[in-house]
Design a protein. Structure first.
Length: 363
């Protein structure tokens, strides 16, 4: 399937350091990793590495970095003729401090004048559209123009544009931070009721979408067969860099849609891919080979390429993102029915099949 990734491009300088820097000291760094970055850019790179047909709609500045990014993307297998050059802008730059002791990162972004895309028509027909939330106006225009495509939103940051773009998405992959700020509910893993209420509130708000919430260090939460399930993430003993985690999870999710896997399989593969990425520094360097993802999957769950019924394409939406009315039992995605979210949903941990009762929060 033809996948269009739409969003932000930056040029990243990743700087691994021993611990977090202390104010007033001088640090002599021995390592620097340079590459194109940004959520949509990183997602498209991973998809190209896994031999998916991926196009990137984004904007770079009219400078040497912009030219280098476009050249690098083409060499990496991303179809980058849809990347626009905005000559009056400069390409955004990010300095990423990576704490080698725990893999956490601190990002400093520099952008004097943000470049944005202006073209909404392409020389191909996208079947899957991924938005990272950066291109709001053009994103809505593209989703409305190609209304039969499956739209996926990576809602990492709680911004007004991400909140609005949720109305247009068939799939919402939300960070825990986004979900908590949107709903006002804090996920307390010692109180399972909070997980249920967090998920139900966002799923009811966007009842025409399938919602996946990436939980901090606890896997991914999603709805399958009227149960809220938690897919545990990989246990990584020595986390080196978490920079590419969300982009790689989202890329694997898009790959699963493209290959027409069922929702549970898609999220399992995405969790494996993102978990494997934590053991290396640098986003491009941390994207695992598909053979490594498949090997890990097949050791535990059997052949990865067994196909199931295809995901149905997204139905047409009128301008403004509101969908035609549907019956409460209609499964519009072909994968998960989120309309309505039942009041008696259970939560299942797919590693040990623990079920948490919704009424009293006990196992």
């Amino acid at each position: 399937m033809k996948i269009l990734c739409m969003g932000k491009i930056t040029y990243d300088y990743s700087l691994p350091i021993d611990g977090f820097p202390i104010e007033g000291l001088k640090y002599d760094l021995k390592e620097k990793i340079e590459s194109s970055g940004g959520e949509a850019c990183n997602t498209s790179y991973a998809l190209a590495k896994w031999n998916e047909e991926v196009y990137l709609s984004a904007a770079v500045g009219g400078d040497d970095l912009g030219n280098k990014i476009k050249k690098d993307l083409e060499e990496d297998g991303v179809k980058a003729h849809t990347v626009e050059t905005v000559f009056e802008s400069k390409t955004p730059i990010s300095f990423i401090l990576i704490n080698k002791t725990n893999g956490n990162r601190t990002v400093f972004s520099i952008c004097e004048k943000e470049p944005h895309v202006k073209k909404y028509e392409f020389d191909f027909l996208p079947e899957i559209i991924y938005l990272d939330g950066y291109e709001y106006t053009s994103g809505i225009s593209v989703v409305n123009k190609y209304s039969n495509a499956i739209t996926v939103l990576g809602a990492n940051e709680f911004t007004k544009s991400n909140v609005e773009l949720c109305k247009y998405a068939r799939y919402i992959i939300a960070s825990q931070n986004f979900a908590e700020q949107l709903t006002g509910i804090v996920a307390d893993f010692n109180n399972p009721t909070t997980l249920l209420e967090l998920y139900k509130k966002i799923a009811i708000k966007y009842s025409n979408s399938t919602v996946i919430i990436i939980l901090n260090n606890h896997g991914a939460m999603y709805l399958d067969n009227n149960q809220i399930k938690v897919m545990p993430g990989l246990k990584v003993e020595n986390v080196k860099d978490s920079t590419g985690f969300s982009a790689i999870f989202n890329a694997a999710f898009l790959m699963g849609l493209s290959r027409k896997y069922e929702i549970e399989k898609i999220i399992r593969i995405a969790s494996i891919a993102a978990g494997l990425s934590l053991s290396k520094i640098g986003v491009k360097e941390s994207v695992p080979l598909f053979s490594d993802i498949a090997s890990y999957y097949e050791k535990k769950f059997g052949p990865i390429e067994a196909k199931v019924e295809p995901v149905l394409p997204q139905t047409d939406k009128p301008a403004g993102g509101e969908e035609p009315s549907k019956s409460n039992t209609e499964n519009t995605t072909g994968v998960v029915n989120t309309t309505p979210v039942p009041n008696d949903i259970n939560t299942t941990n797919n590693t040990n099949e623990e079920v948490i009762n919704n009424e009293n929060g006990t196992k």
